[in-house]
Design a binder for this molecule. Structure first.
Ligand code: FAD
Length: 356
């Protein structure tokens, strides 16, 4: 007998959704979260495609703003404006995590906050999970503990080496609430792009990502983009790891969400892919428990191979797009000018690159 059928490390969207679905099948699930409060601190801009509501199962109460236009700027302030046929949502990220956690609890999962996962031991018929507040046993351990997954480290699972540091402040100003701005150029940030995502007409989430010196690039960008800053709130930062993980499984262990780099390489967004990953993770855990097969081979076949069938084409497309982030300013301007006449044809673009 184990204390739990499944222990999930990390109460982010991927971990809570996995727990919700497994508990919904009648299994005993524990979620271990190091922070005191679910969904805090927020490390996210909270911009996601129309898929967010269906995949999370949460109502529109998490939506702060809806946008349909994106402007792609070069350093010379030349821009391409694209309209999306579908709404893109700016969400309250704390509420998203909290609402999915509530669903997990409703289905019978337990959530332990203020409890840091420290280590694991794979034994003959269970996994022993060591936390700061004691140890627990389970049949399967799910690492949903973000881009620097300790579960992956302890299980010797290699993570993709590519990473960026994201930095963001919510800035007071005058914004068009239906337009997202994306700024590209080597002087803005050499490795990625900067964003201005309006919450409403007065506040926007302004940030960028870079391999190094993200805060310096951010200060320069803000000086260039805003002449006068009235106020700011919600300063945040975080790691974005991207690329296709070699194998997200081990004996009795699987990784989901950012821990498995289920992330769009061209935008750093991971909520949609992580929620898709959670479905595969939950189904696999249920199948493993039913068939009492927790081998690496089984988990690789039913989880790693299956989620990759769905997400790896999109991740590969994202890796190609990521390369265009390194184009010179001159080429960026040429590209923007060339695409302008075709902007209407791009309105069906799927921002998740899933095309399903
Ligand atoms: C600046 C920035 C902006 C972003 N903007 C967007 C965006 O607009 N849209 C989007 O889709 N994505 C965005 N992302 C990415 C998004 O935040 C992640 O993809 C998403 O949070 C992944 O969810 P997750 O559940 O896999 O992991 P997380 O949300 O990282 O959750 C992991 C959880 O595990 C916990 N944890 C970690 N280690 C331990 C441990 N040892 N013991 C116990 N608990 C532990 C953490 O406290 C955390 O609660 C952004 C990221 C950054 C850095």
């Amino acid at each position: 007998m184990t204390d739990f059928d499944v222990i999930v490390i990390g109460a982010g969207p991927a971990g809570c959704k996995t727990a919700e679905l497994i508990a919904g099948n009648g299994y005993k699930v524990l979620v271990v979260e190091e922070h005191d409060e679910i969904g805090k601190p927020v490390q996210c801009t909270g911009i996601d495609s129309h898929r967010i509501l269906e995949l999370s199962g949460v109502s529109e109460k998490i939506v702060l703003n809806k946008v349909k236009k994106a402007r792609f700027y070069s350093e010379s302030k030349n821009y391409l404006e694209l309209n999306s046929k579908k709404w893109v949502y700016v969400i309250d990220r704390h509420k998203l995590d909290f609402e999915i956690a509530k669903k997990a609890i409703k289905n019978g999962a337990e959530i332990l906050t203020s409890t840091r996962f420290k280590d694991l031991n794979i034994e003959k018929d269970h996994v022993k999970v060591f936390t700061k507040n004691g140890s627990y046993t389970c049949k399967i351990l799910v690492g949903a503990d973000g881009p620097n997954s300790t579960v992956a480290k302890k299980a010797n699972i290699d993570l993709p080496k590519n990473y960026l540091v994201g930095y963001q402040e919510t800035i007071k100003g005058y914004f068009k609430e239906n337009i997202v701005e994306l700024w590209f150029g080597k002087n803005i940030t050499p490795d990625f792009f900067a964003w201005v995502v309006p919450e409403n007409e007065k506040w926007a989430r302004v940030g960028l990502a870079s391999k190094i010196n993200a805060i310096n690039y951010f200060r320069n960008f803000v000086d260039m983009r805003f002449h006068h800053i009235l106020n700011k709130k919600d300063v945040l930062g975080g790691i974005i790891r991207y690329g296709l993980i070699k194998d997200s499984t081990y004996e009795r262990i699987l990784l989901v969400g950012d821990a498995a780099s289920q992330v769009k390489p061209y935008s750093g967004g991971g909520i949609i892919y992580g929620l898709i990953g959670a479905r595969f993770a939950a189904n696999t855990c249920v199948e493993a428990i039913k068939s009492e097969n927790y081998s690496h081979k089984f988990l690789n076949k039913f989880y790693d191979k299956q989620w990759k069938k769905k997400l790896s084409p999109a991740i590969k497309r994202g890796l190609i797009l990521h390369k265009t982030l390194h184009l010179s300013n001159r080429i960026l301007d040429i590209g923007i000018n060339m695409l302008k006449p075709f902007s209407n044809m791009l309105e069906n673009l799927d921002m998740d690159l899933l095309f399903d």
